[in-house]
Design a protein around this ligand. Structure first.
Ligand code: DQA
Length: 145
């Protein structure tokens, strides 16, 4: 049976393509999701993509994932570094979540070095640009078996 996976993106990631392209690349979020969907289909998975700039909506999407998803690829954007509420949501849903970042947050400003969510995630992928999402999905699918 195909695994259903939530691909969840947080604040400002709707602006990918034009947002600081020297850091995040020139692909739009739609481009990234389209490429990831092709990869997912070839690997027996189906994706549902959600993006929100709102912390509460991201929490609601994580809660809702309990009803249909086998796991989550999650780029929480700047909420990575601020949100205990997102950490608690991930810990509450008992689904494997892979923290995913386009940039290598550890090679950037110090305030990006700490993540509230890493400790409750299955794994962390950062620094491979749009490919981070594929690596994260690959790791998640091999975990799910
Ligand atoms: C990001 C890294 C975060 O520090 C930043 O706030 C983002 C994007 C990334 O994908 O590299 O919005 O999550």
């Amino acid at each position: 049976m195909a695994h259903s996976i939530l691909v969840l993106n947080g604040p400002n990631l709707n602006l990918l393509g034009t947002r600081e392209p020297e850091v995040y690349g020139t692909d739009t979020l739609d481009d990234i999701v389209a490429e990831l969907t092709t990869f997912a289909e070839a690997n027996g998975a189906e994706l549902r993509a959600v993006q929100s700039n709102n912390e509460g909506e991201l929490i609601d999407a994580l809660h809702d994932a309990r009803n249909w998803a086998a796991g989550v690829v999650f780029n929480p954007g700047a909420f990575t570094h601020t949100s205990i509420a997102l950490r608690d949501a991930i810990a509450s849903i008992e689904l494997p979540v892979v923290e995913t970042h386009l940039s290598n947050v550890h090679a950037r400003e110090e305030f990006r070095h700490h993540s509230y969510v890493s400790g409750v995630c299955l794994g962390v992928v950062a620094g491979f640009g749009k490919h981070s999402y594929r690596v994260a999905l690959e790791g998640l699918l091999s975990h799910l078996g």
